[in-house]
Design a protein around this ligand. Structure first.
Ligand SMILES: Nc1ncnc2c1ncn2[C@@H]1O[C@H](COP(=O)(O)OP(=O)(O)OP(=O)(O)O)[C@@H](O)[C@H]1O
Ligand SMILES: [Mg+2]
Length: 239
């Protein structure tokens, strides 16, 4: 990469969406989900994404992760136009730069906690994958649960494994979709504290989808979606 391009990337937002449109489904069931989304998320910024059920929050996150390709518009992550990458390059790019946490944990049930964290690291070429995975699990308080299977862990513990898996490659960006949605309030709070503590320590960019307005308010900025569009909040319209 030449120096101009390298410095342009340093200046680039962590995530940039320009004129993003996405429809999913076939025939009469086709739904226009994301409509003309323009959004920049700065490096190190924490952005809460709120909005009614069905407003497109999860879909927007999938587009940022490159797990859904928009029909129109452009998505750049750390300065890379991800639409220009083929599936293999995109998977490698995601593995290096983006960690994802889902509401329903998405752990592999036939793998132990440490395997769930280590296997993606191994696939990414990390030679100390198991040692690294054990460290990450210890950091979320699960050093004593390495060989437990997901079914042998509580919901909060499973989400901590998922968090360790997302954070293990030391991604610049973490995307979290209702990470506390399946947890009771106290357990959810622990996960949130962990997430914000790691974010402060590693200066990651965080995009956090949540129904919880007090949780969203802990972020630097809140983006509200309504029917697939970014809706300006009254305070933003006034300023
Ligand atoms: N594969 C698909 N095919 C057709 N429509 C879809 C598909 N995936 C999502 N949708 C529709 O897109 C809209 C947005 O869905 P999305 O999951 O992004 O909403 P959300 O804001 O995350 O909602 P929630 O708060 O309930 O999680 C919904 O109306 C949903 O039914
Ligand atoms: Mg959702």
């Amino acid at each position: 990469m030449n120096e101009t391009l390298a410095s342009a990337r340093l200046m680039a937002p962590a995530i940039s969406m320009r004129g993003v449109n996405l429809s999913l489904g076939r025939g009469a069931a086709r739904v226009h989900i994301l409509k003309d989304i323009d959004l920049d998320i700065g490096v190190g910024e924490a952005v809460g994404v709120t909005g009614p059920s069905g407003s497109g929050k999860s879909t927007a996150l999938m587009v940022m992760a490159g797990l859904e390709r928009p029909d129109g518009g452009r998505v750049s992550v750390t300065g890379q136009d991800i639409g220009a990458l083929d599936e293999d390059a995109l998977a490698r790019f995601r593995g290096r730069h983006v960690g994802i946490v889902f509401q329903s944990f998405h752990l592999i049930p036939t793998m132990t906690a440490v395997e769930n964290v280590a296997v993606p690291l191994e696939l990414a070429g990390n030679r100390d994958a198991f040692a690294r995975a054990a460290e990450e699990l210890a950091a979320v308080g699960l050093g004593g649960r390495l060989t437990h299977y997901p079914a042998e862990l509580s919901g909060g513990e499973q989400q901590r494994v998922a968090l360790a898996r997302a954070l293990a490659p030391d991604p610049a960006i973490v995307l979290a979709d209702e990470p506390t949605g399946n947890l009771d309030e106290a357990t959810g709070r622990q996960i949130v504290e962990l997430l914000f503590a790691v974010r402060a320590r590693r200066r990651m960019t965080l995009v956090l989808v949540t129904h919880d307005s007090s949780l969203a308010a802990r972020c630097d900025r809140v983006v509200h979606l309504r029917s697939g569009r970014v809706e300006l909040l009254p305070a933003q319209v006034a300023s």
